[in-house]
Write a protein that binds this ligand. Structure first.
Ligand code: DGY
Length: 326
């Protein structure tokens, strides 16, 4: 039985301890014990039995899930900025509010993109494997030469919050020239501040960039944005970095393009069918693979939880949550 007056909140995964403690203090919180993604049936049960859900990217909340009867939940306070795993139109149609956790993870995700850029350019994953395997025989002038980063050209597909944070790091930290394409570009003063140069099309960016970093939201329009044709526009010496969402890249086309030498390498934090990774990618030395670590720092994962909590608190106080997306 829930305590009177305290909304029941189902949390689908383990969250950092301070966030779980605060959720238990503020709500009748049903925390995850085993940290497994909920099955479709469990998600339906949660929507029937709780006033709110705190889902994550590992939960697929589809139209079918939201068609559940009787529906008790009135808000999905997503733990994460991306919400393409939630059928927002279906939530809207059922009067369920959806919120996310923007801003607090911008810096960490930008750091992750820069880390991947450096790793793939300087062959860091390969070098680590080399040392750990015991194969290293010592310094020599021709050993494991990578690609210089400083002063090169970075192409950003998407110049939202995270794209801008990457641009700042690249331009001010590494003296890179920054190009971008964004169908909804930020105001001119923001772009000028970043010394970022707009390009009319994705292809224009791909043809010029030494590094291409993806920062678009996952929408039906951006699915397979990096398809075979676009990958073929990249320079054979260029690298692709993806910290956004997996389905922006056609992974099969990426494997084929890497095999043909249409680009020099790729560094991925996200995958089309997470946690499944296209097996061919696992065999390629010029590919860096991380397990969706963009926001994975203690500080940020706590901040994301507190932000989801703020959204729940505002909602149950009758206010519009700050991060309402639907
Ligand atoms: C985000 O916040 O979107 C992360 O990718 C996890 O969902």
């Amino acid at each position: 039985m829930s305590a009177p007056g305290r909304p029941t909140v189902v949390v689908t995964r383990r969250l950092p301890a301070p966030v779980e403690a605060e959720l238990e203090r503020a709500f009748d919180a049903r925390l995850s014990r085993d940290d497994h993604p909920l099955t479709p049936a469990q998600l339906k049960d949660a929507l029937r039995g709780a006033d709110a859900l705190v889902p994550t990217v590992s939960d697929r909340i589809t139209g079918d899930t939201l068609a559940v009867e009787p529906l008790r939940a009135r808000i999905l306070a997503n733990y994460g900025v991306g919400f393409n795993h939630i059928d927002v139109a279906a939530a809207n149609a059922r009067g369920v509010v959806v919120t996310n956790t923007p801003e607090v993870l911008t810096d960490d995700t930008a750091d992750d993109a820069v880390m991947l850029l450096l790793m793939v350019a300087r062959r860091a994953g390969e070098g680590e494997r080399h040392v750990r395997s015991g194969a290293w025989t010592g310094w020599r002038p021709t050993h494991m030469l990578g690609t210089k980063v400083t002063g090169k050209t970075l192409g950003l597909i998407g110049l939202g919050r995270i794209g801008r944070a990457v641009a700042r790091r690249a331009h001010h930290g590494f003296g890179m020239r920054v190009l971008f394409h964004d169908p909804y570009p930020p105001p001119a003063d923001v772009v000028a501040d970043l010394a970022a140069e707009p390009r009319a099309t994705v292809e224009d960016v791909l043809r010029e960039a030494d590094f291409v970093s993806l920062h678009s939201p996952a929408t039906p329009e951006t699915r397979h944005l990096m398809n075979a044709e676009r990958l073929a526009c990249m320079r054979p010496t260029a690298f692709l970095i993806n910290t956004a969402r997996g389905d922006i890249v056609d992974e099969a086309a990426l494997v084929a393009a890497l095999r043909r030498g249409q680009l020099a390498g790729a560094a991925l934090d996200v995958y089309e069918k997470e946690p499944h990774v296209t097996p061919d990618l696992l065999t390629m030395e010029n590919v860096v693979l991380l397990p969706h670590l963009g926001s994975a720092t203690e500080e940020t994962r706590v901040a994301m939880g507190m932000r989801a909590l703020d959204n729940l608190t505002a909602f149950f106080a009758g206010a519009t949550p700050r991060d309402r997306v639907a």
